[in-house]
Design a binder for this molecule. Sequence first.
Ligand SMILES: Nc1nc2c(ncn2[C@@H]2O[C@H](COP(=O)(O)OP(=O)(O)OP(=O)(O)O)[C@@H](O)[C@H]2O)c(=O)[nH]1
Ligand SMILES: [Mg+2]
Length: 311
Amino acid sequence: MDETQENSGAPRGRCGMVAIVGRPNTGKSTLLNRIVGEKVAIVSQVPQTTRNQIRGIYNDERGQIVFIDTPGLHIGRDKLDKFMNQSSVGTFHEADCIVYLVDTSRRVGQEEEYAAGRLAAVKAPVILGLNKIDLKGKHISEYISLWEKAKGKPVPEMEKFTLLPLSGKDGTNAEKLVTIIFDYLPEAPALYPQDIVCDVPQRLVIADIVREKLFELMKEEIPHALSVVIEDMRRKGKVTHIKALILVERETQKEIVIGKGGQVLKTVGTLARKELEELLETKVFLELYVKVQKQWRNDDSFLQELGYEKF
Ligand SMILES: Nc1nc2c(ncn2[C@@H]2O[C@H](COP(=O)(O)OP(=O)(O)OP(=O)(O)O)[C@@H](O)[C@H]2O)c(=O)[nH]1
Ligand SMILES: [Mg+2]
């Protein structure tokens, strides 16, 4: 093809939205970061780390993929749980393709049946990502059976469906996944400029970085009762001043978050500040304080402040 021909007409390439869904802790955010090549979503060993939809954008000569990382689908009772699930299920219908991620090192649980049931009705193409294959994938066949049961037919009879072993951690088949996705996407112009990798408001990104450091240091039961809000952020010369409020539900949790002699909070502050300085490319003065606010997980207006739209 000569150059004049190539440059004429509308930009040709593929583009679409791809939702990454699955129960908590299956590695959705890790996979997204791996594909996008930058950290756009926080990751932790604690289930239910992601609380909002996070978009990560991948570009190459084939086109653009807008990934939507979603909170893990889980069975929960309070309003935050409801928002998180709705936020995931809501993406099923706007997506051009779905990556349903399962953790093959773990047994199929009740939550998985819930997730598979919700996904079986979706019209968009589905890629069943058999993730954490680096851990040997002991339970692969259970996940395939579960999916066949949810769809009511065997894999070879499924249309617009692909099975793919994956590891977000070591990158196994990550490129293959991108190729499969491009095959499923329609020809369309890019949705975002090429230099954007993430569309989450900066305050949420910053709050999430602080939350990630807290998750790294906390015990399992604390994190779900914990939230971070950026109350103030302003740049003065070469320094960005950030004031972050850490909310917990009980006085005892506040003590744990602060730690003996303020040690936990101090470590969190140091770790978060380092990462924020890289992100913002300025010096960062980070002020952290902790407040007890009972029942924030059920407080509509507060949840909205955290970025949850009402459904
Ligand atoms: N061995 C192994 N561990 C992984 C892999 N992907 C993710 N992990 C680990 O699994 C844990 C959960 O990863 P996340 O990426 O936060 O999982 P998630 O699905 O986004 O979790 P939620 O946001 O809570 O729904 C972390 O400790 C990761 O390091 C993988 O491919 N192999
Ligand atoms: Mg996540």
